[in-house]
Design a protein around this ligand. Structure first.
Ligand code: 2HA
Ligand code: ZN
Length: 270
């Protein structure tokens, strides 16, 4: 019997979930994380039979046969270490791309997160543009959420404002962020809209709800969200005060040159 904790990505995900909880990003049962497992890690579970099947309701041919670690619906990030076998599951995407086949975890009737469509579709989009892609995470950081009430929901304007809030911004997310208008969550519609934006962005913000971040590792996706949230925090701390100093567009261009990052130049004109 394989212990779910023996797969290296599992303790790594639990650590990430706990950090997210402590930062106040994942109240109650909010948020979800999924990781596509490497070939090497997948070999440990390749001989396991299917325990239950969850229809995806979409064609995930691009990840057919891949194993994915994913959080369960209703699970609390703060409790993940106490009950990893209940809160986490490993599914194999069926050969026809139509189903998620449970091979480990989700004990006591657990099911994948309600945001499964957004996760699967985002993985498909990111793999088209980034071969090393593996992680999708979702959470509710307060300052990003607050900012969507007081800032125009425009990709260029939102990205430009965030870049100007901390020096490291344009270096960490030179591709900017995308902001979706409010939509009901847990639907294929929001999943499709998120995945569409994921072809161009590694951060997609859901207005008045939260944020999606992606990366090749859990640390990378986490660090990306952390940096965007810090920029949003500075905005929320200062937007009601007179700005007598700022990071100018010339400063942004200078940073991009010093750190050799290809940023969305078209976002600066806004
Ligand atoms: O409760 O965060 O978006 C899980 C969520 C749904
Ligand atoms: Zn959410």
């Amino acid at each position: 019997m394989v212990d779910i904790l023996s797969l290296p990505t599992v303790p790594e995900l639990i650590r990430t979930a706990e950090d997210m909880y402590r930062l106040g990003w994942n109240e109650r049962n909010s948020g979800n994380i999924s990781c596509l497992l490497s070939q090497e890690e997948s070999q440990h579970i390749a001989d396991r039979s299917v325990i239950r099947t969850f229809p995806l309701g979409l064609a995930a041919d691009g990840i057919a046969g891949r194993y994915m670690l994913i959080t369960s619906t209703g699970s609390y990030f703060k409790n993940m270490r106490r009950c990893p076998e209940d809160c986490l599951g490993i599914v194999r995407i069926s050969d026809d791309g139509q189903n998620a086949e449970l091979v480990l975890g989700f004990e006591n009737g657990g099911r994948p997160t309600s945001e499964l469509p957004a996760h699967v579709m985002s993985h498909l989009s990111r793999l088209e543009v980034d071969k090393g892609h593996s992680v999708v995470l979702h959470c509710h950081p307060a300052n990003i959420m607050a900012m969507t009430y007081v800032h125009e929901l425009d990709d260029a304007k939102f990205s430009h404002t965030l870049w100007r809030m901390c020096t490291e911004g344009i270096i960490v997310f030179p591709d900017g962020v995308s902001v979706l208008p409010w939509m009901p969550c847990g639907t294929k519609g929001i999943g499709r809209a998120t995945a569409e934006k994921m072809r161009e962005f590694r951060i997609v913000i859901w207005a008045h709800h939260g944020i999606y971040g992606v990366g090749s590792t859990l640390d990378e996706a986490f660090g990306l969200v952390e940096t965007v949230e810090k920029a949003a925090q500075i905005f929320m701390l200062t937007s009601h005060l007179p700005h007598i100093n700022t990071i100018s567009d010339a400063n942004l261009a200078e940073l991009a040159e010093v750190f050799d990052v290809a940023y969305r130049k078209d976002f600066i004109k806004s």
